[in-house]
Structure formats: structure tokens, C-alpha cells
Write a protein that binds this ligand. Structure first.
Ligand SMILES: Cc1ncc(COP(=O)(O)O)c(C=O)c1O
Length: 339
């Protein structure tokens, strides 16, 4: 008789993957950070190690989502994001690897440039290196509007575009991300523990949606804790609910809205603007665990985890996994924080 986790793995296997991302990613103990904080036992799931184009959590989504682009006979990937978006850098890298042209709507104005070379370094540099064509557009709060417009223009010009949504977040992206939990379940079993909680930063929503759907199937006693890094916890929660519900439908799995926990209060003043706790968490992660976190996503995520530990959420004998979702290239656009 198959276990619920085995049945779930079989269902996930119905969604083809391109083999783009380096999977499974490692699950490692964080012994020095655990000792420094006095417990719980901390682990890190290295989603920053997905390989292609310096890696990150979007590669796992793209691995499945871009199967649709291949099947549709697309010749061009179209996506978008802010100037230092990790998502669009991973789309640009995937396009280079798979042989697609890549056009990106680059949003200006969601945040004031934090440094003079913000537009030229880090992910912005890598987008150019991967050969993407960049289209500057003003940010108006509609994450997918300019991406759709760009795809329409390319179609009218005779191209066959495939639209990758902002953050690679849609129900299929969440299905793809649910595979993280099947990996964690197998790795944790080998290592001899059951995670009490999995903590990660949450933005466009499909990462958390996938983790929630996957945990219900494979680790039903494990809590998924999303740290809002957008300073928009209600919007994040609504998107996680939408993509999680959609992914559960695609997989014919249960979806329980109460499984969605989005923790507010650790995003700093605004998206892309780090606060002192972010920088402190980044230094701790680097100096105790050699982790390269970033000031927009993973640094805020670790700051949230540390704050929850300090507030007494877990006791010493529990195991908590932090998902390192990547983002290191953006660090170079914020180098003044470490002068
Ligand atoms: C480094 C990093 N971590 C976390 C996230 C958040 O993932 P999601 O947008 O799926 O919520 C992103 C998304 O842009 C990211 O680039």
C-alpha cells in the first residue's frame, strides 16, 4: 500500500521537468547558528544551490513551467520584475541554457535605487550577460500588465512568446515548488528528524503555496511559516491562497486555507529596503554558517526566523528548517550596507 507521500510523488511526476535545476538541493545542519541562538535545532535547505545562472528558488519552478514553453513551440521567453529581480535573472539564464530569446519588462520606481550602481550591477549585470533584451517600464503596481503587453507586441511582430509570470508564480509554479517538500521529507528521514516547521521568505506567493500543498501530503505535522518580505502581508496571503488552491486542484490534493501562515513585521519599511535586523541576520548567516543571504529576500527571511526564535516560538528539542531561496547577486547592489 502506497503512503500519502509516495502517492504525492507519483502525482508530481505527471508534470514533466526539463532537468534544468540541480535537484535535490542539500539539506544541511546549522550547528553554529543553533548554538548561538540557543536552539531550536536549525537546518537549511539550500535552494540557492539550484545551479543554472547562480541559482535560486525560481529555477525549481521554471524546470516544470518551461516544459509548457517547449511543448507550445515558443521561441521567446517574456517575463519581468524590478531592476534587481532574481526571478527575471533566472528566466534569462534558463532562456540562454534552453535556446530561447528572452525579453524582460524591467520595472522602475517600485523602490528608489539604494545605490548609484543599482541599475548596472548584480542581477542587472547578469541579465545583460545572459543576452536578455531589457525593456524599461514604470512600476504601476500591476505585476503582470507590462509583461502581457510585451508578449502581445512580440506576437504581433511574428514571434511565438511564452509568458513567465512575475516571480514565476502561478498554480503550475506552485506544483513545481511542492517537490521541495518531497525532498525535505526524504532527507529529514535519512537524517533522523521530523521538522516542526519550515520557515522561508514569501513574496509573489508560489513558493509558499507549493510548500503548503506539499507539506499537507508529505509532512502533515510540519508547519509552513512564510515571512512577508513585501510589506504587504495581506496581498501575499491572498496570492498564496490563490496559487495553493490552484496547485491543489491540478494535483487533485486537499488544500486547507488555515495551513497558510504569513508572518508580518519583518519586511522593514518597504519592499527592497532592508532594516537593521536584516543586515544583522545576513552577518550572522555569513559569519556562522558561510551563507550568502541578500537584503531583499533571504536576509529578511532569516531576520524573521530569528525574531520568532527570540519570541519563544520553538523549544530546544524541535527541528526547524530555513529555506535559503537564493538572491545573492542582488547583494552587490547594496554593498554600501557593509562598508
Ligand atoms: C531570493 C528570493 N527568495 C524568495 C522569493 C520569494 O518567492 P515567491 O515569490 O515565490 O514568494 C524570491 C522571489 O522573487 C526571491 O528572489
Amino acid at each position: 500500500m502506497l503512503s500519502s507521500a509516495d502517492r504525492f510523488t507519483t502525482k508530481l511526476a505527471r508534470f514533466p521537468r526539463l532537468g534544468l535545476a540541480h535537484l535535490p538541493t542539500p539539506l544541511e545542519p546549522m550547528k553554529r547558528l543553533t548554538a548561538h541562538l540557543g536552539g531550536p535545532r536549525l537546518w537549511v535547505k539550500r535552494e540557492d544551490c539550484t545551479g543554472v545562472g547562480l541559482g535560486g528558488n525560481k529555477l525549481r519552478k521554471l524546470d516544470t513551467v518551461l516544459s509548457e514553453a517547449v511543448a507550445a513551440g515558443a521561441d521567446t521567453l517574456v517575463s519581468g520584475g524590478v531592476v534587481q529581480s532574481n526571478s527575471q535573472r533566472q528566466v534569462a539564464a534558463a532562456a540562454a541554457k534552453l535556446g530561447f530569446d528572452c525579453h524582460l519588462a524591467v520595472y522602475h520606481g517600485r523602490l528608489a535605487p539604494p545605490s548609484p550602481d543599482y541599475e548596472k550591477t548584480g542581477n542587472a549585470l547578469l541579465n545583460r550577460l545572459f543576452g536578455a533584451t531589457l525593456h524599461d517600464v514604470p512600476w504601476n503596481g500591476d505585476r503582470n500588465g507590462a509583461i502581457r503587453d510585451l508578449a502581445d507586441r512580440l506576437r504581433a511582430a511574428g514571434r511565438t512568446p511564452y509568458l513567465v509570470p512575475y516571480g514565476v508564480s502561478n498554480p503550475l509554479g506552485a506544483v513545481a515548488y511542492a517537490s521541495t517538500v518531497t525532498e525535505i521529507a526524504a532527507q529529514a528521514e535519512t537524517l533522523g528528524f521530523t521538522p516542526h516547521s519550515i520557515v522561508h521568505c514569501s513574496g509573489s506567493g508560489a513558493t509558499q503555496a507549493g510548500l503548503v500543498v506539499g507539506a499537507r501530503a508529505c509532512l502533515p505535522d510540519t508547519k509552513i511559516v512564510g515571512i512577508d518580505i513585501d510589506a504587504e502581508p495581506e496581498r501575499v496571503r491572498a496570492d498564496v491562497l490563490a496559487y495553493g488552491g490552484g496547485a491543489a486542484d491540478l494535483l487533485d490534493q486537499p488544500f486547507v486555507p488555515d495551513d497558510v501562515e504569513v508572518v508580518a513585521g519583518h519586511a522593514g519599511p518597504a519592499y527592497g529596503v532592508p532594516h537593521a535586523a536584516t543586515v544583522e541576520a545576513m552577518k550572522l548567516g555569513a559569519r556562522l554558517e558561510a551563507l550568502v543571504l541578500d537584503p531583499v529576500y533571504s536576509g529578511k527571511g532569516l531576520a524573521g526566523l530569528i525574531a520568532l526564535i527570540e519570541a519563544g516560538r520553538w523549544h530546544k528539542d524541535q527541528d526547524v528548517i530555513f529555506v535559503h531561496t537564493g538572491g545573492a547577486p542582488a547583494l552587490f547592489a547594496y554593498r554600501h550596507l557593509f562598508d
